[in-house]
Write a protein that binds this ligand. Structure first.
Ligand SMILES: Nc1ncnc2c1ncn2[C@@H]1O[C@H](COP(=O)(O)OP(=O)(O)O)[C@@H](O)[C@H]1O
Ligand SMILES: [Mg+2]
Length: 370
C-alpha cells in the first residue's frame, strides 16, 4: 500500500469548470499545490489554481508538465481523453482510473456494467436494436450532460427519426414513472475505505438539476439501500475518488440512472452544511488520506438551488438580497458570460427541516432574480 500524499504535494485537475474550481480551493485550503489543465483561459478553476496550463486535454507537452509537477491527478468532468489518463498513470497517481472513467463516460458501457452486476435500471436497449417500450428517451452514448444529447420519442417513427438525427451510438431507455430522483455521493480510497453522504433528493427542470434537498424525503430503508448500492458500485469499479450515483425511485424501487466519476452538482450543499465538502473528500480520497465526516451539520437539513444564466436576462441579479438572509450561502463561479442553461452559481439554504429549507431556497432565488 502506498503512503498517503500529503501537503505540500501538488494535485493536478483535468478540467476547469466549477467542480474543478472547488476541488482546487479545497486542496489549497489544506496546503496542497494545484495545477489545472484546461484549454479555456477564462475557466473558473484556472483562475484559482497555482498554475493554469492553457492547452487541450491531449496536448503532449501540457500532459508532460502535469506529470512532472503533480503527485496525483484527478478529473472534474467525465470526458478526459483516455490517452491522457494512461500517459499520466505512468508517472503519477491518477484517480479515478482511466478504466473507471471509461465506464462512466459511455452510457452503453455503464448500462452493461450495471446489468452485469444485476443492478436495476430503466429498461434499455442499444439504439436500433431490440424491443423498445414507449414512451422512451434516446440518449447519445457519449458526451451528453444536463439533458443535452437526449430526445424524447413516443413511437417507432419518432425513434427512427431521432436515431437518424443524432447519428451517433445511442441508448434507448424506457421513460419510467418517477416517484422522486435521488443521488448518493460516495468516496472510496485505493485501500477500499468508503464514506457516503446522506442521500440527496433532486428535482430537474428541462433535464438540468434545479433543486437538491438533503436529507432526501424518502423511506429510511430506501436511503440505506441507496447508500449501500453506491458503495457496491464504487467497489465493483475499484473506484478511487468521489463518485456520484444518480438514481430514480420508481414505484417504490431503486433504479440506477447514471454514474458521474467526479464531485456532483447535487453535492454542492456539502460546501456549507458538512464537516467535509465533497471537494475536500475528493482530495482526501485521491490522496489516500482518512475520509472526512459526511453528516449534515447545523440544523440538519439543506437545500441548494442552481442559478442558471437565464436569470441574468435582465442584468445581474440582486445579490445583496441573497446575502441578507443569514441562513443562505451564495456561490458564484466567476463565469464571464451568462448563457441560457449555463450553471453560473447556486444558493444553499440551511435549516432544520427539508420542507422548510426547500421552500425558502426557491423563494430566495425568486427574490434575488425578480
Ligand atoms: N428513463 C428515464 N425515465 C424518466 N426520466 C428520465 C429517464 N432518463 C432521464 N430522465 C430525466 O432526464 C434527466 C437527465 O437525464 P440523465 O440520463 O441523467 O442525463 P444527463 O447526463 O443529462 O444528466 C434525469 O435526471 C431525469 O429527470
Ligand atoms: Mg444526470
Amino acid at each position: 500500500m502506498s503512503p498517503p500524499i500529503v501537503p505540500p504535494a501538488t494535485i493536478g485537475v483535468l478540467g476547469g469548470g466549477q467542480l474543478g474550481r472547488y476541488t482546487v480551493v479545497a486542496a489549497r485550503l489544506m496546503g496542497y499545490g494545484t495545477v489545472v489543465l484546461e484549454p479555456d483561459a477564462t475557466a473558473p478553476a484556472g483562475r484559482v489554481a497555482d498554475l493554469h496550463v492553457v492547452a487541450p486535454y491531449d496536448d503532449p507537452d501540457a500532459v508532460d508538465q502535469l506529470a512532472a509537477r503533480c503527485a496525483v491527478v484527478t478529473t472534474e468532468f467525465e470526458n478526459p481523453p483516455a490517452g491522457t489518463l494512461e500517459r499520466l498513470a505512468r508517472d503519477v497517481v491518477v484517480a479515478p482510473s482511466a478504466a473507471a472513467v471509461a465506464v462512466a463516460q459511455d452510457r452503453l458501457a455503464e448500462k452493461r456494467f450495471l446489468r452485469g452486476l444485476g443492478v436495476p435500471t430503466a429498461p434499455w436497449t442499444p439504439g436500433g436494436e431490440g424491443q423498445v417500450v414507449f414512451p422512451a428517451i434516446v440518449k447519445t452514448a457519449r458526451l451528453g450532460y444536463d439533458g443535452k444529447g437526449q430526445v424524447a420519442v413516443a413511437d417507432e417513427d419518432e425513434l427512427t427519426a431521432a436515431l437518424a438525427e443524432l447519428g451517433v451510438e445511442c441508448v434507448v431507455e424506457q421513460r419510467v414513472p418517477l416517484d422522486v430522483e435521488i443521488s448518493v455521493i460516495v468516496a472510496r480510497t485505493s485501500d477500499g475505505r468508503t464514506a457516503t453522504y446522506p442521500v440527496a433528493e433532486n428535482h430537474h427542470v428541462a433535464g438540468i438539476l434545479d433543486l437538491t434537498v438533503v436529507p432526501a424525503r424518502i423511506a429510511p430503508e430506501r436511503a440505506v439501500e441507496a447508500e449501500g448500492l453506491a458503495v457496491r458500485l464504487a467497489e465493483a469499479l475499484d473506484y478511487v475518488g468521489v463518485l456520484a450515483v444518480e438514481m430514480f425511485v420508481s414505484a417504490g424501487a431503486l433504479l440506477v440512472n447514471e454514474l458521474a466519476p467526479r464531485p456532483h452538482n447535487s453535492g454542492h450543499w456539502t460546501l456549507d452544511a458538512s464537516v467535509t465538502s465533497q471537494f475536500a473528500q475528493q482530495v482526501r480520497a485521491v490522496c489516500g488520506l482518512a475520509l472526512g465526516a459526511t453528516a449534515v451539520t447545523g440544523g440538519g437539513a439543506a437545500a441548494m438551488v442552481n442559478l442558471l444564466g437565464d436569470r441574468w436576462a435582465r442584468g445581474e441579479p440582486d445579490w445583496a438580497v441573497a446575502l441578507a438572509d443569514p441562513a443562505a450561502r451564495l456561490h458564484l463561479y466567476g463565469k464571464a458570460e451568462a448563457r441560457p442553461g449555463r450553471k453560473m452559481g447556486h444558493l444553499t439554504l440551511l435549516g432544520a427541516a427539508a420542507d422548510e429549507v426547500a421552500a425558502r431556497a426557491l423563494a430566495l432565488r425568486e427574490a434575488v432574480t425578480r
